[in-house]
Design a protein around this ligand. Structure first.
Ligand code: C2O
Ligand code: CU
Length: 692
């Protein structure tokens, strides 16, 4: 998006302009006409440099704008005015004055400058516009890099312009005083000047250091984190009657507790599992070792297979030496209390403890489970596995299927390795030619997985556990799978080999063939990306772009360097804030909700809403025209905006976060909460509940 360049350049620009201002401030004190003219010429050079820099900022803004108003509107409204306004004054008043000084004929270069000329050189009209541009450039840097404005932008514009006006006024008064003095002193007393500068420098440094230390301290999260600290966002709808904040303290009215929103407490389960978390050394197929955490000593954890409609009971036992653990059923829309988010829907299961989950598997498809306590580290180490819900009616199911979990393992050596399951080397499977084959692809890593299937045409038959309507045959396209997302692909096994590979690590490949030998040419890393937006055929959906929505939310994803919980991070924000300060989207049961997600940052964010599947309405303004595209983990790339919709039909407090779990761990998360539902659980150091 080019913003990275212009962001970094913004600070440089401020420095250049500050230096220009500094030079012009000393202009009145050039002792001779010769030195004075030289100074004027050099300053012109620096000013030109500064003007070119402003031009570059404008170009950067135009580039952002080309992606759409939502990506550059704030720059136009907020970052540019504070830069262009003072620059106008520079061009109107400083520039001609400086040009005149640079062009004056000098007869005797050593001749001392006459007092009236010194006064003229200290003219505020010459000096102050340049200094004001430096201040404006600093504000602009702030608005581009440190805190991008959210709509409506006018508020930020007014505030920054007012501050700029005040700063300019102060600089003007200061320069007027200096002008009065300029006539008297031929030479400023050097020691005094030096002392003053050292003092100013010391104050600035002390201020900066103090600010950083304070910022770091102030960002430390309290022992008990109020997950709704960012306040409610009602999405333009009416407020609920009930008080929805957590804690259940005084005045909370009649609320439902998350703890009561369980699956069926009685009844004999149709499927029963026990998953025991323990520390395990995981061996990849290359022999590399990982200090893993696993369920049942397996990495990935055991594949849980159940049938649609089954009452599922899973007992989680924690035998890890230190960390807490939970089970989150990623993509399966279970009742809130079964969702497995530490600090929101339960307490983390500490070593030695156990927890029982019970829910009815109501959707057939490809899902996965993982711990949602310190999920970034836990998932990376191996606390995850596939959860497959077979359809109630098995007629027409493929003869054979394989589940492939694309994962990024952190080796003992500290290196990261991409693998399919634990296979970081070629893996072979025999498949009977002519049989129908399904691959269930699950991305359990933190980055989008670029998967390539070659040797056969194929169809993408499901996304995020939801079947697509009449998918057409594809070949030569790569499958860019969101972190946490799933694709099912199906094909008829040819008589020759079929190859599935991770394009980022071509030797981690799965080769299927009837005789266990042979290979297919790998898909090119340049192959175009599969795009669900126009894939398959439309079908009826319970709501769509034309529906009447009860609430509309804006979700602006961006980046911001700063502090998070005591350490400096390059954080990714939702609506300008890091957790827990991002707003909580508030809904009432049965609301029809529309969300616009805009990614203004430079990296992709796979956004995952718990407890609901969302229908994609459009991307970058282009309506979805293929099969209904339901998603639970949506890759939002830089410069993309999505309109999505969902029915609020699963009461609770639900996490909504980036499934690049290290983004989530540094604050890229928020909640969707139903009015009248509160959680008795707490997040933070005191409770030991750290969902990310
Ligand atoms: Cu797969 Cu909130 O997680
Ligand atoms: Cu992210």
């Amino acid at each position: 998006m080019g913003s990275g360049i212009s962001q970094g350049a913004g600070l440089l620009l401020a420095i250049v302009w500050a230096y220009c201002g500094f030079r012009l401030g000393g202009f009145a004190h050039r002792p001779t006409y010769g030195k004075r003219r030289r100074a004027a010429r050099a300053s012109i050079g620096w000013l030109l440099f500064g003007v070119v820099g402003v031009g570059a900022q404008a170009v950067g803004t135009a580039m952002m704008l080309s992606a759409g108003w939502e990506f550059g509107g704030d720059l136009v409204w907020v970052a540019l005015p504070v830069l262009l306004l003072p620059l106008g004054f520079v061009l109107r008043s400083s520039w001609p004055l400086l040009r005149r000084a640079a062009r004056t004929e000098v007869f005797d270069r050593a001749e001392p400058v006459a007092p009236e000329d010194r006064t003229a050189a200290a003219n505020p009209r010459l000096v102050v516009p340049v200094q004001a541009t430096a201040v404006g450039a600093l504000f602009s840097f702030y608005a581009v890099f440190l805190h991008r404005a959210l709509p409506p932008f006018a508020v930020d514009t007014v505030i920054l312009l007012a501050l700029l006006a005040a700063a300019t006024m102060a600089l003007w008064l200061r320069q007027q005083r200096r002008q009065q003095k300029a006539a008297n002193a031929t030479r400023r007393r050097l020691p005094l000047v030096l002392l003053k500068r050292v003092a100013v420098f010391a104050i600035v440094v002390a201020g900066l250091v103090g600010g950083i230390v304070y910022g770091g301290q102030a960002s430390r999260l309290p022992g008990s984190v109020d997950m709704h600290a960012g306040g409610p966002d009602w999405g333009g709808g009416t407020e609920g009657a009930a008080h929805a904040h957590h804690g259940g303290g005084a005045g909370s009215g009649s609320t439902t507790s998350v703890a009561d929103l369980t699956g069926p407490r009685t009844g004999t389960p149709d499927a029963r599992f026990t998953l025991t978390a323990r520390a395990t050394t995981v061996r990849l197929s290359s022999g590399e070792l990982v200090d893993g955490w696993t369920y049942n000593g397996q990495a990935p954890g055991p594949e849980l297979r159940v049938r649609e409609g089954d009452l599922v009971q899973v007992t989680l036992v924690n035998r890890l030496p230190r960390a807490g653990v939970t089970l989150h059923w990623h993509g399966l829309d279970v009742p809130n209390a079964e969702d497995g988010v530490a600090g929101v829907t339960q307490d983390a299961v500490q070593p030695g403890q156990r927890h029982v989950y019970r829910f009815v598997a109501e959707q057939a498809g490809t899902f996965w489970y993982h711990s949602h306590q310190v999920s970034d580290e836990s998932v990376r180490r191996g606390l995850f596995g596939a959860l497959i819900v077979e359809p109630r009616d098995a007629a027409g199911e493929p003869a054979r299927e394989l589940t492939v979990l694309a994962h990024k393992w952190k080796l003992r050596s500290g290196r990261y390795v991409d693998a399919l399951g634990v296979a970081d080397r070629l893996r072979r499977e025999r498949v009977v030619a002519g049989s129908r084959m399904r691959l269930r692809l699950i991305n359990t890593s933190n980055r989008a997985a670029a998967l390539g299937l070659s040797g056969t045409p194929f169809r993408v038959t499901a996304i995020d556990g939801v079947r697509l309507n009449r998918p057409t045959e594809l070949s030569g396209v790569q499958l860019d799978l969101a972190a946490g997302g799933r694709y099912d692909v199906e094909f008829t096994m040819p008589s020759r080999a079929v190859r599935l590979l991770d394009l980022d690590k071509p030797d981690a490949a799965l080769v299927l063939s009837p005789d266990g030998r042979g290979d297919a040419a790998p898909l090119s890393a340049e192959a175009p990306r599969f795009d669900p937006l126009h894939y398959g055929s439309p079908a009826r959906t319970p709501f769509g772009a034309g529906s009447e929505f009860d609430r509309r939310f804006e979700m602006i994803l961006d980046d911001r360097p700063g502090f998070y919980d005591g350490s400096f991070v390059f954080g990714f924000t939702i609506n300008g804030e890091l957790a827990p300060h991002a707003p909580t989207f508030m809904v009432r049961e049965d609301d029809l909700v529309r969300v616009r997600i805009v990614n203004r940052s430079d990296v992709v964010h796979p956004m995952h809403l718990h407890g609901h599947h969302v229908l994609v309405l459009s991307r970058n303004g282009t309506p979805s025209t293929g099969s209904p595209w339901w998603s639970d983990t949506l890759n939002v790339r830089p410069g993309e905006s999505f309109e999505i919709a969902f029915r609020a039909d699963n009461p609770g407090v639900w996490m909504d976060h980036c499934h690049n779990l290290d983004h989530a761990a540094t604050g890229m998360m928020m909640h969707l909460a139903y009015t009248g539902v509160s959680t008795p659980y707490e997040m933070g150091r005191a409770s030991g509940n750290t969902p990310e």
